[in-house]
Unconditional design. Structure first.
Length: 192
């Protein structure tokens, strides 16, 4: 079944890799939105992207994420890369009708957002095993809350590549891990 999907970018901005990922989902028959929360700014240096994130501030980024889905049907899959996992996870937990959350390069303990119980939205998490930017304890807390809600959650770690391993223009790119992740995401979407 075709899904409506919103994909939030990382702190590097709406890079070609995010657009390429969205195109792969579209090729599988899904409708995909890729909001730009960074005013068109794209970075090749993570520190510059983090400065942009910090200049905007998390409350403003969440406001932009909410605005990005305002005119999207409520039955939507929310996905995010790295920084974008925060928006995807928050909206999946707070926006009625969310179909699923796909969190790529980490997750947050829902308590970080003031979420005390997961709403029963299925989830999938993907991250590189040796990624120094991923806090595995946060992923475990997320997984525990989703499981406590009696909802399915799939967590996949990849032993190849680094942070943003699906981004062909990034130093930690791992084509095999990126392909496997895409296959797992497409299978997940097909089961919704």
């Amino acid at each position: 079944m075709a899904q409506e999907i919103v994909v939030f970018h990382s702190a590097l901005g709406l890079r070609p890799a995010v657009r390429a990922f969205a195109d792969q989902l579209r090729a599988a028959g899904h409708t995909v939105h890729t909001p730009d929360c960074f005013d068109g700014d794209v970075f090749d240096d993570l520190e510059e992207g983090v400065r942009k994130r910090d200049t905007l501030g998390i409350p403003e980024l969440m406001r932009r994420a909410q605005a990005a889905v305002a005119n999207v049907p409520s039955k939507v899959v929310l996905a995010g890369f790295s920084m974008g996992t925060g928006a995807a996870e928050f909206l999946a937990a707070t926006r009625p009708g969310a179909r699923a959350a796909i969190l790529i390069h980490g997750a947050f303990a829902p308590a970080e957002f003031g979420i005390e119980a997961w709403p029963g939205v299925p989830a999938q998490v993907h991250y590189a095993e040796n990624d120094p930017l991923v806090e595995v304890d946060q992923i475990l807390a997320f997984e525990a809350m989703v499981r406590a809600a009696g909802t399915s959650v799939e967590v996949y770690s990849y032993d190849g590549g680094g942070h943003l391993f699906e981004d062909a223009g990034w130093k930690g790119h791992d084509p095999a891990a990126a392909q496997l992740m895409l296959e797992r995401i497409l299978a997940f979407l097909g089961r919704l």
